[in-house]
Write a protein that binds this ligand. Structure first.
Ligand SMILES: [Zn+2]
Ligand SMILES: [Zn+2]
Length: 124
């Protein structure tokens, strides 16, 4: 069981499912919203229990992004045509037991760091 929350605690989430596709996203939207790289993994919609007032923002027609209106934590990413939801690994309490499998949107990454962990990189 993984449990997490936003910084202020208003929003809690948990899943008993095995998270899939853990990644580090370097895209411009994650950079803006998270202040940098956003690490996440996804589970089926029905496998993530969320409590609390999530504020959803549609940054594009393709997906919406869930955050806490009070403390600003960026917690969730949900593709409109997908039956899965991504949650922020950084918001999980304690060890996750997860290792990131890929870097995505590397073409959009900032110039102030290098990726040197040997994990596969995707341009988009
Ligand atoms: Zn909060
Ligand atoms: Zn992103």
């Amino acid at each position: 069981m993984l449990k997490g929350s936003c910084l202020c605690g208003d929003i809690q989430f948990e899943t008993a499912a095995e998270p899939q596709g853990p990644s580090m996203c370097h895209c411009s939207q994650c950079r803006k919203q998270a202040g940098g790289i956003w690490a996440s993994a996804h589970v089926d919609d029905n496998d993530l229990t969320i409590s609390g007032p999530v504020t959803w923002y549609a940054a594009s027609p393709l997906a919406k992004r869930g955050s806490c209106a009070r403390c600003g934590s960026y917690l969730f990413w949900k593709g409109n045509d997908e039956d899965t939801i991504s949650f922020a690994l950084g918001a999980v309490d304690g060890d996750t037991g997860i290792k990131v499998a890929k870097h995505i949107f590397v073409a959009s990454k900032g110039d102030y760091y290098d990726i040197a962990d040997g994990v596969p990189q995707e341009e988009e």
